[in-house]
Design a binder for this molecule. Structure first.
Ligand code: HSE
Length: 429
């Protein structure tokens, strides 16, 4: 007869930790085995902080490492967050003891995934992190388990709810970036330091994890090109819409001739594309498999209930003894993701220029692009009051990114230009 009662230690009692305690209290037999799960230890920065759950009856640990090592729990759940410090120390302590670890910590897995996987596999301990990407919407298990029979071309989508909320609200209400960010923080979606969200790093952590699972490598943060939404202006949102696009923060990992391009950046999405209709704090992901074609998933990417449900699914995996390598293959065989050479990458871009209103300006812009060998797809000149010049926006056809960069450099040097060109990629998803 196997084990029928599983005891969990929960470190970190923020939104997700409190959500998990609520879930386990309400449904202690959530596992498909019907076995009992109870919380037998908790740890957090402050014992007395106001929380939506009562923890007074639960054994308290000041030190999460001590909780991880305690013989009074069978599974250690890490919901502290952060790539270093107590979260890492506690996860390592549990794994060294061969204790299963469930975590929602994307920064930790993105930065130290391979080393932790080696530790986990050496000690025969599961290390599970479904909640680290897209909160309650299952993306990790989908790539790690359900799609291993396919060969993935690309994964791409919206992985940060805070940025998506900001962009949605800016377009809907005409309000500026800073004002809307304050609102997103108040909703409890933003990270402790919101630059993690708006700088694109949170999405960078998540796409590095998905890239590892999709392409059988180790999470390789250094291979990711990351740009956030902090430089997006209302003017770009409006002009993009006039051209038939919506601006979204897109995270993608794409197989380009055997190497993998991992990127996070704002991108123009055609208004009739499903990603253009993903509003507010929702997350969404396209997975392109060679055999299955395109799969689209959309759902809650954060929040107490959804993320706690993903953590509980991982706990249930431990309870049902579903044993797999931490990533796609044994950790010792995982190679870093090889980034794509800049010469191999191609793309389309939106370029916004602010020019003097005088004869010959448009001719000089199109000559510059023609000389570089970049073809224009659409062109719009639009007077905007108070812009200090005439905004011109153009979109290009597909061209090597290095060629586009050269053309933008040449445009930037035109004497009729008032401000540096603003370039935003156009997504091809
Ligand atoms: N800060 C994240 C977001 C929360 O806005 O999507 C979940 O990772």
């Amino acid at each position: 007869m196997g084990k029928t009662h599983w005891r969990i230690g929960v470190a970190g009692l923020g939104t997700v930790g409190a959500g998990l305690i609520k879930l386990v209290t309400a449904r202690p037999r959530f596992s498909p085995t019907g076995d009992l799960c109870t919380v037998t230890g908790v740890s957090a920065r402050s014992r007395s902080a106001p929380r939506p759950v009562d923890i007074s009856g639960l054994p308290w640990f000041d030190d999460p490492v001590a909780l991880a090592a305690s013989p009074d729990n069978d599974i250690f759940v890490e919901l502290i967050g952060g790539a270093e410090g107590p979260a890492k120390a506690a996860v390592e302590a549990a794994l060294r003891l061969g204790k299963p670890v469930v975590t929602a910590n994307k920064a930790l897995i993105a930065a130290h995934g391979r080393d932790l996987a080696i530790l986990a596999e050496a000690h025969g301990a599961p290390l599970l992190f479904e909640a680290a990407v897209m909160g309650g919407t299952p993306a990790v298990k989908m790539l790690r388990e359900a799609m291993v029979g396919d060969s993935i071309h690309a994964v791409a989508g919206i992985l940060n709810g805070t940025c998506n909320y900001i962009l949605t609200q800016m377009e809907a209400t005409g309000r500026g970036f800073a004002e809307v960010l304050g609102e997103a923080q108040a909703m409890g979606y933003a990270e402790a330091d919101p630059t993690t969200d708006v700088g694109g790093y949170d999405a960078g952590h998540k796409i590095s994890i998905l890239a590892a699972l999709a392409f059988g490598g180790a999470p390789t943060l250094s291979a990711a090109e990351i740009e956030g939404v902090d430089s997006i202006e209302l003017l770009d949102i409006r002009l993009a819409k006039d051209l038939g696009y919506r601006i979204k923060l897109i995270a993608s990992a794409t197989n380009v001739a055997g190497a993998v391009s991992v990127r996070v950046h704002p991108a123009l999405i055609p208004l009739d594309h499903p990603l253009a209709r993903v509003d507010g704090v929702l997350n969404a992901l396209f997975i392109h498999g060679a055999a299955v074609g395109r799969i689209f998933i959309q759902g809650a990417g954060a929040g107490a209930g959804p993320t706690a449900a993903a953590v509980a699914a991982d706990i249930a995996d431990v309870m049902t003894a579903a044993v797999r390598p931490v990533f796609q293959r044994a950790a010792l065989d995982l190679e870093p993701i090889a980034p794509v050479s800049p010469d191999a990458a191609t793309g389309r871009v939106y370029v916004r220029l602010l020019v003097k209103d005088e004869p010959g300006v448009i001719a000089s812009i199109s000559e510059t692009l023609a000389e570089a060998g970049v073809s224009i797809d659409s062109f719009l000149q639009k007077s905007v009051e108070g812009a200090g010049g005439v905004p011109i926006v153009l979109t290009t056809h597909l061209a090597p990114e290095a060629t586009i960069a050269k053309a933008v450099g040449a445009m930037a040097a035109l004497p009729t230009l008032i401000a540096s060109p603003r370039v935003i990629r156009i997504a091809h998803i």
